[in-house]
Design a binder for this molecule. Structure first.
Ligand code: PGA
Length: 249
């Protein structure tokens, strides 16, 4: 059976109290369809609240939106993978386009972060994706392959099997514009081929960028998509519950 992952990236929204209320509202009357996983990526300050509110329910997990590559030290303002784990995180996003393009994170840094996340026993969700000018120049596959090679190219297939890849075209994030299902699937196939060549054919590949309740069904109809990574449309618990149940009986 095809497993589907629904990942919510709350970005800089929902503090601990709001996060608790959100999870309570989300879970009220909610039945998780079989074969689906729901992952929450709240701000670091709310990881523990979400972990506690989820109370180890099967199929649910919480992760960090970003981590520093060092496990500890004098890095004011940063959160390490072991600190996120101590708060209840089981995974972490790495290389989200806002980290890359707003905070100037480099490919080399994504590699160090993936290694740090794995070393802490968490699973990384590596975000990759091209900018609009790169897509228009026909460079999508080159850019995505470069990001993959830099961040996870040095991993063996066992480590690579712990990674989830999220393909998020930068021009589709938070813009209301999204790739057509066929466009998304075409890039997913390239990523799948890249992973297969490294004996990691089972690695999950999620799609992200302006996914919402209206377009989720047609995106998920593409078998290449193992799920979605959702920002804006994950902030309302009722809307998110509906999105997670997309196409379920
Ligand atoms: P969006 O964000 O759904 O608001 O476009 C997706 C993401 O940044 O992961």
């Amino acid at each position: 059976m095809r497993r589907l992952t629904f990942a919510a990236n709350w970005k800089m929204h929902l503090g601990p109290g709001e996060a608790r209320e959100y999870i309570k509202a989300f879970l009220a009357g909610f039945r998780l369809p079989e074969g689906r996983d729901v992952w929450f990526f709240p701000p670091a300050i709310s990881i523990e609240a979400v972990a506690q509110a989820l109370a180890s329910r099967p199929g649910f997990m919480v992760g960090a939106q970003d981590v520093h590559w060092e496990p500890k030290g004098a890095f004011t303002g940063a959160v390490s993978a072991p600190l996120a784990a101590a708060a209840g995180a089981r995974g972490a996003l790495v290389g989200h386009s806002e980290r890359r393009h707003v905070f100037g994170e480099t490919d080399a840094e994504t590699a160090k972060k993936v290694a740090a996340v794995l070393a802490a026993g968490l699973f990384p969700v590596l975000c990759v994706g091209e900018m609009l000018a790169q897509r228009d120049a026909g460079e999508t596959v080159t850019v995505v392959s470069r990001q993959l090679a830099a961040a996870v190219g040095a991993l063996d297939s066992a480590a690579l099997g712990k990674v989830t890849v999220a393909y998020e075209p930068v021009w589709a994030i938070g813009t209301g514009r999204n790739a057509t299902p066929a466009d998304a699937a075409a890039v997913h196939r390239e990523i799948r081929a890249w992973l297969k060549a490294r004996k990691a054919a089972e690695t999950r590949i999620l799609y992200g960028g302006s996914v919402n309740r209206k377009n989720a069904a047609e995106l998920l109809a593409e078998r290449e998509l193992d799920g979605v990574l959702v920002g804006g449309a994950s902030l309302d618990p009722a809307g998110w519950a509906e999105l997670v149940r997309t196409g379920a009986a």
